[in-house]
Design a protein around this ligand. Structure first.
Ligand SMILES: NC(=O)c1ccc[n+]([C@@H]2O[C@H](COP(=O)([O-])OP(=O)(O)OC[C@H]3O[C@@H](n4cnc5c(N)ncnc54)[C@H](OP(=O)(O)O)[C@@H]3O)[C@@H](O)[C@H]2O)c1
Length: 285
């Protein structure tokens, strides 16, 4: 079984690590705060303390870090890459991904970006949706590893196309959640029973499964135990807007949602489930 290094054992990284261990991978883990690697180490992962000296037999290095700049900083600390393959799985921008690729290649490494849709449950069960970007030959080489995390990993195109696909999907997460939150508030204000509203919505072409997934949390105001936080969704929304602007798209319609999410910055909602944005659509006192 391969030796794989995993850099970043936060919410998603930890779940990816557990899945790889369970599938028999020899896993070397690094995280800025070692305490967040504890559960993996207890399950057999090997702690790497020094980014500069990752074991030579780790030919694949997966990163699941907060954002593009953290990923770049961490990769800069690695020693010479000697043809090893970097697999960034966190969500980063298209341009950031392309710059990362030049940097990695400059250090003698190779890169296959592999952002994912899905969260901890999907990582733990090996059912993430992987949208890879890079060389087809490298994708085929890494397919067995990706298959431990995803039933049908897809190569969507060259470097940067994985990031573009992922940002396009996360824009939908933000927009759909926001749209649902506002509609839910309006029917509640008008004293229409929520179940009546939901039964019409469920029978319509407008329905998205995420509505039912988040409905109870929104009704209860229960946003604890997140798989994906408000802070990270805000980060992805901002990345989407930057890329859309660079692509010359008219994205004015999204600016309101972006500024709404900015209101949560640094506050209690930041580390809660992203559907805590429902708190931001409350009627003003
Ligand atoms: N959670 C999901 O469901 C999900 C799904 C798809 C994609 N993603 C993406 O995957 C990435 C990780 O998400 P997550 O939910 O696992 O986030 P998280 O729990 O907040 O973990 C973030 C990771 O980045 C590290 N980090 C943050 N700032 C750092 C710094 N300055 N230097 C070094 N390391 C730093 C953290 O280390 P510490 O532990 O030391 O803070 C941790 O390992 C993000 O890009 C996110 O958008 C997440």
């Amino acid at each position: 079984m391969p030796h794989v290094a995993l850099l970043g054992t936060g919410r998603l990284g930890e779940a990816i690590g557990q899945r790889l261990l369970q599938q028999g991978v020899t896993l070397h883990v690094w995280n800025r705060s070692t305490s967040r690697s504890r559960s993996l180490i207890n399950n057999g992962a090997i702690l790497s303390k020094d980014l500069c000296n990752l074991p030579i037999n780790c030919r694949e290095i997966i990163t699941v870090l907060r954002d593009g700049s953290v990923t770049k900083n961490v990769i800069e600390q690695l020693g010479p890459l000697n043809n090893r393959c970097l697999i960034p799985m966190g969500t980063i921008g298209i341009q950031e991904c392309k710059k990362l690729a030049s940097h990695i290649e400059g250090k003698g490494g190779r890169i296959l970006e592999a952002p994912v849709l899905g969260s901890r449950p999907q990582a733990l069960s090996g059912t993430l949706l992987v949208m890879a970007g890079g060389e087809p030959e490298l994708f085929e080489q890494q397919r067995p590893l990706l298959n431990l995390l995803a039933e049908d990993p897809l190569l969507v195109g060259p470097i940067g196309s994985g990031a573009a696909t992922k940002l396009a999907l996360n824009q939908l997460i933000a927009s759909l959640t926001h749209a649902f939150s506002l509609s839910l508030r309006l029917v509640q204000q008008a004293e229409v029973p929520v179940e009546t509203f939901m039964s019409i919505l469920r029978s319509s072409a407008l329905y998205a499964p995420t509505f039912d997934k988040k409905l109870q949390r929104m009704l209860d105001g229960h946003y604890a135990d997140p798989n994906f936080s408000t802070a990270l969704l805000r980060k992805d929304m901002r990345l989407f807007l930057e890329e859309a602007t660079a692509a010359g798209l008219q994205s004015k319609g999204l600016h309101g949602l972006d500024s709404l999410l900015q209101e949560a910055k640094g506050g209690d909602l930041d580390d809660l489930d992203y559907c805590a944005m429902h708190e931001l659509t409350q009627p003003k006192a």
